[in-house]
Design a binder for this molecule. Sequence first.
Ligand SMILES: Nc1nc2c(ncn2[C@@H]2O[C@H](COP(=O)(O)OP(=O)(O)OP(=O)(O)O)[C@@H](O)[C@H]2O)c(=O)[nH]1
Ligand SMILES: [Mg+2]
Length: 248
Amino acid sequence: MIQLSILKITEYGPWTLTLGSDREHELQMLQASIYKQIQKLFSEKNCLVFLNRSDEFFVVSNGLTLDDHIEIQKKFKESFEVNLTISIGFGESPFEANLKAYDAKQNNVILNKEHNIFGFIDNSSELNVSIMHLDVDDLKSKRKDNSPFEISLKIFELYSKTAKYFIEKNSLTFFMGGDNYMVVASNDAKNSVQSFIDMIKNDDNISLNCGIGNAQTSRDAVKLATKSLDTIREIRDSGKQKPDVYEL
Ligand SMILES: Nc1nc2c(ncn2[C@@H]2O[C@H](COP(=O)(O)OP(=O)(O)OP(=O)(O)O)[C@@H](O)[C@H]2O)c(=O)[nH]1
Ligand SMILES: [Mg+2]
């Protein structure tokens, strides 16, 4: 079972209009500060925040109670003029948890009215999470024949392919910057990642490495996933035959 909290800036669209049309730079600075603050508040509670669309964030919030979320809302309020709406869901798969959080918001299932928190918290099941950290093998060599913008295009095309492939496995993919993607993964996703890597190698001539981490909290799972990825690099750099996938 996995718990997901979806954070959205409350009534952000209408609020942005109040800034007039010379607003884009202000919005970009605001969004960057909000992301920084949210990542700080949740990582202190052993979670990791996935930046979704700059006005919306996904947190694998395993272990966090309603009180933890209220505490974060209070601290957030001290720093920003805008507020966050939080929807919490849980499920057997990451995609199911996302649907449950969405349902709660749609159907107005309130957990705490004052602090804009909706959703469902499961106190009885044991929570765990699997993270797959995917990274392009030797992106550096591609820079020789491709300009920065062309590389970016490939990276975003690959993001789209990865997200589409893994949503079929009830899993959620996020772009982390550089040539890095993280999949909040179901067992089905973990079992099919080698096939995915083979497919991308065949179709696009891109080699991927995948480190997998399993833990109770998302920060721990991410730590182990990245450690697994670095282990693949170490094996490769020692001159041995590297695996494409390594799991801790
Ligand atoms: N989000 C995130 N970005 C990273 C991480 N490590 C590297 N990057 C980014 O990825 C870019 C490419 O770095 P690498 O993947 O190390 O370069 P590479 O040539 O592909 O080397 P290998 O992956 O070791 O084959 C860097 O410029 C960073 O932007 C990480 O752990 N997390
Ligand atoms: Mg790389």
